[in-house]
Design a protein around this ligand. Structure first.
Ligand SMILES: [Zn+2]
Length: 149
């Protein structure tokens, strides 16, 4: 059976796979077709429509059927806006973390990395002579220790 527009019944030409996620991925590729999972208002069901107009009507009926009020939708939309606001902040934090990880990896591969006794922090032995030099490690691509005592 093919996926049909939930509003007008138009045939997408895509055979239902039995997995909503896979169906959603296929529908997303189709020109004009639209999909929604209105989870923010508590509806955990995929909706497929052939156009924005059909999606509007389809969702309006779904909201009515599930008792989703205008207030609930406004609240969900506000939640979504708040989440979107946080994305740049999260991206920055992630980028900062990834850059720290990359720095540590570069240090490890340089052969100057050592482990601080007590804290276990990976540091540069040239700056921290008390650190225990890391052993050569092919998995982490640790170079032969360059520091000489
Ligand atoms: Zn339609």
């Amino acid at each position: 059976m093919n996926i049909l527009c939930g509003n007008c019944g138009k045939n997408s030409g895509i055979v239902k796979s039995g997995s909503d996620g896979a169906d959603a991925a296929h529908i997303e590729q189709l020109d004009g077709w639209n999909l929604r999972l209105p989870a923010l208002v508590g509806i955990f069901e995929w909706y497929f429509a052939c156009s924005n107009e059909c999606m509007k009507e389809l969702l309006a009926r779904a909201y009515e059927k599930h008792g989703v009020t205008v207030e609930m939708r406004a609240e969900a939309s506000a939640k979504l806006d708040k989440m979107k606001e946080k994305i740049p902040e999260m991206a920055k934090e992630t980028a900062g973390f990834m850059s720290q990880v990359q720095d540590r990896l570069n240090l490890i591969r340089s052969g100057y990395a050592g482990v601080m006794p007590g804290t276990g922090m990976i540091v540069d032995c040239r700056e921290h002579p008390e650190a225990v030099p890391m052993q050569k490690n092919t998995l982490l691509k640790v170079s032969e220790q360059k520091r000489t005592k």
